[in-house]
Design a protein around this ligand. Sequence first.
Ligand code: TMP
Length: 201
Amino acid sequence: MKSRFITFEGSEGCGKSTQSEMLYCYLKSKGLRVVYLREPGGVKLSEKIREILLDPESKISPEAETLLYMAARAQVVRDIIQPALKAGKIVICDRFLDSTIAYQGFGLGINIGIIKTIGKFATLGIKPDLTIFLDLPVKKGLQHRCNYKDRIEQRSFKYHEIVRNGYLKLARLEPKRIRIVKVEPDKLTTQNNIRKLTDAL
Ligand code: TMP
């Protein structure tokens, strides 16, 4: 069995975690060896960095924010993603390097060339075989976040619009890898559209 690396991307409240977990269960039920994780997170150090990054009390510069996301990524790639792919497993990751390009690059104005260079270092050059971009209008997504909002979710509507448009630009640049899946009102319909792409892979 050849390894496959599948990532999920999307703006806030698009249902990415639900959809990626549903895909994980589906592939497991087929008897495949699948590893599932989220970014930032997946290992102790990266989960600690996640807490700092999402804490509304944290005061973090755009540069430090970019490097913290990269540090969290570097650890999970070394500890989990690279070994799993080497062992021929399927890895599903809820967010990856495209998130940094969208949120810190397009969103905060960090140079995208620099993000890609540091990204190559942090990911050990590992690239997803398939990236599912779950697309939902920002207004609808943010409606799902009415109570507690983390540090990133608290950013303006305009910021989140720029992030979404950034993702759409990335998808236009790499249409074979980044596939846009529209978020449907019925989550099973969305899931079936995702499965069509992963089954083909
Ligand atoms: P999540 O809400 O999908 O779990 O992701 C955590 C938050 O971190 C989300 O608001 C997106 C943001 N994020 C970035 O800004 N840059 C990154 O590189 C990653 C992985 C996430």
